[in-house]
Design a protein around this ligand. Structure first.
Ligand code: AMP
Length: 215
């Protein structure tokens, strides 16, 4: 099972990728999570990525492609994986095709959500700074003491979930990432999901795509 979850930030890719990965025993590869960890650990990569991420821009293709290349060498990818937040540019998608060679991506699931809903979702999103567990102040509020109920880490708002940055991330998405729809449509691999439905309904729709494509 080699899947790509494609869609603007805040469309639910991360939530669904984590759920599906757990059910199928395959890794969720989130470039955003890898970068956030690097920032937290203060590594060279983190130092480069930090300001780009805070502004809502994209980290360079060269860095991201190298990061994925290294991630693929890890043993846990042998049964498959879910790519969440990668590729984000045509150049990344072309490099990925080159890397995968005879084991290409099996399906690309596109999460379709209206912009207004995305902005609402992202600005009300809160995450555990320790384990990444996701909350939403409107629909799934964190515990009253603001500590994660899974790991007791502090629950925070990501810097890039503030409204100004969210709008910039959506602009960058439209310009750089939205063209990937056409790229994968041409390969006959693109499947649309209505991401504005409930988490459960979206999960069922994803399962249908997986069954239909028998990946
Ligand atoms: P995400 O959690 O996927 O929304 O990613 C958070 C931020 O990390 C993005 O706004 C980008 O700055 C950076 N990032 C994550 N994935 C990529 C990627 N594939 N290419 C470039 N930048 C990325």
């Amino acid at each position: 099972m080699q899947l790509i979850f494609l869609g603007a930030p805040g469309t639910g890719k991360g939530t669904q990728a984590s759920n599906l990965a757990e059910r199928h025993g395959i890794p969720q590869i989130s470039t955003g999570d890898i970068l956030r960890k690097a920032v937290q650990d203060g590594t060279e990569l983190g130092k480069i990525a930090r300001s780009v991420m805070e502004s809502g821009g994209l980290v360079s293709d060269e860095i991201i492609i190298q990061l994925i290349r290294e991630r693929f060498t890890q043993q846990d990818c042998s049964k498959g994986y879910i790519l969440d937040g990668f590729p984000r540019t045509i150049e990344q998608a072309e490099s990925l095709d080159g890397m995968l060679g005879s084991r290409p991506v099996s399906a690309v699931i596109y999460f379709d959500v209206p912009e207004k809903v995305i902005v609402e979702r992202l600005t009300s999103r809160r995450v555990c700074a320790h384990c990444g567990n996701v909350y939403n102040v409107m629909t799934n509020p964190p515990p009253a003491d603001n500590f994660c109920d899974k790991c007791h880490g502090p629950v925070i708002q990501r810097d890039d979930d503030r409204e100004v940055t969210v709008k910039n991330r959506l602009r960058v998405y439209e310009e750089k990432t939205a063209p990937l729809k056409r790229y994968y449509e041409k390969q006959g691999k693109l499947f649309f999901i209505d991401g504005s439905q409930s988490v459960d309904k979206v999960r069922q729709d994803i399962d249908k795509v997986i069954t239909a494509t028998s990946v």
